[in-house]
Design a protein around this ligand. Structure first.
Ligand SMILES: NC(=O)c1ccc[n+]([C@@H]2O[C@H](COP(=O)([O-])OP(=O)(O)OC[C@H]3O[C@@H](n4cnc5c(N)ncnc54)[C@H](O)[C@@H]3O)[C@@H](O)[C@H]2O)c1
Length: 311
């Protein structure tokens, strides 16, 4: 059996770096697609030439079209316009919905058994577009946000306490953006609840910094948005799926009754394996957590309603 083929659509900061992280695993062949002629081909050639130094034989092909993408096991969708300073994720809605619609039509026709992993923002609404346009079963459409949001919170907590990031576990649910829902009762440092480590006000400040995590990077970079941590999150999800790890990670998955949410992609704990989103795990929530998740889902629904009118 050869390596699994992964198509990455969008060869910008996120797509190019996802491709790099994937080929360095030496387990996957990658097809990098972008509308910009030359960029995917150039990045693919550059990555291929790193193989002898980094010790990988993975094939990387850059393309302007989709012929090479046929038969992919998984497609990572990063094509879109990134946020500019001061721009909200939601302002990206109409432009990126049309881009994702066009991309999903192409990849779904050529890789009908693929799992779609959406990264383009606004994330939860773009996962909705991918599901609607592909007609794929809901288990084969996922969005990446919760792993990133949780990693940001874990980083800030570890730095504040001066402990290893490996000691910090966190689970951030809800939509990607201002309405994310960090579950503090499930946030632990070396197994001890976070509320026993930090006073409420400090914790609130770290949560706010997590909420603004994307914007903080955008404001520093001035041009473009974060991509090192987001691509690390994408690759953790890809490996959980293609290596059939059954890892439980917070992902945007379509809820049909779970957490009282119906017909919407929202960040929830998902068991990832070769079947994609194999199960949504329902945590017991306090009334306040449930209310926050419901509010988050309502914000996602507003975007999806707009998308449904546009497409
Ligand atoms: N979910 C998350 O947590 C998360 C994190 C980081 C970035 N993002 C999002 O990921 C997306 C990509 O970010 P980036 O920093 O790589 O942006 P970027 O501008 O560097 O790259 C986007 C690429 O998409 C390409 N593209 C546009 N339309 C296309 C089409 N129809 N077909 C193929 N390619 C097309 C562009 O040419 C460009 O190369 C943005 O929407 C960004 O907001 C999401």
């Amino acid at each position: 059996m050869g390596r699994a083929k992964i198509t990455v659509v969008g060869a910008g900061n996120v797509g190019g770096t996802v491709a790099q992280r994937l080929v360095e695993k030496n387990c996957y062949d990658v097809v990098l697609v972008d509308i910009l002629e030359g960029i995917p081909q150039g990045k693919a050639l550059d990555l291929t030439q790193a193989g002898p130094i980094c010790g990988y034989d993975s094939r990387v092909v850059g393309a302007h079209g989709y012929e090479e993408s046929g038969g992919s096991s998984l497609v990572v969708i990063t094509s879109g316009v990134p946020r500019k300073p001061g721009m909200s994720r939601d302002e990206l809605l109409a432009t990126n919905a049309r881009i994702v619609q066009g991309v999903v039509r192409e990849v779904a026709a050529r890789s009908p058994e693929a799992i779609l992993l959406v990264v383009t923002n606004p994330l939860d609404a773009m996962a909705h577009v991918a599901h609607r346009v592909s007609g794929f079963p809901k288990a084969r459409v996922l969005g990446m946000a919760g792993v990133l949001d949780s990693a940001r919170l874990r980083t800030f907590i570890a730095t504040e306490l001066g402990v290893s990031v490996e000691n910090v576990q966190a689970m951030v649910l809800g939509g990607h953006g201002d309405t994310m829902v960090p579950l503090l009762r499930y946030t632990t440092v070396a197994g001890r609840p976070i509320e026993e480590w930090l006073p409420k006000e400090r914790l609130a400040a770290l949560i706010q910094r997590t909420r603004d995590g994307g914007a903080e990077v955008v404001n520093l970079l001035k041009a473009g948005s974060a991509y090192y941590a987001p691509t690390a999150a994408v690759v953790e999800m890809v490996e959980a799926i293609l290596k059939d790890q059954k890892k439980v990670l917070p992902c945007a998955a379509r809820c049909d009754g779970e957490y009282g949410i119906r017909g919407l992609f929202v960040g929830v704990p998902v068991k990832l394996g070769r079947g994609g989103a194999e199960a949504i795990i329902e945590y017991a929530l306090t009334p306040a957590e449930r209310a926050a998740l419901t509010a988050s889902a309502a914000a996602v629904k507003e975007l999806c309603d707009v998308v449904d009118r546009i497409l």
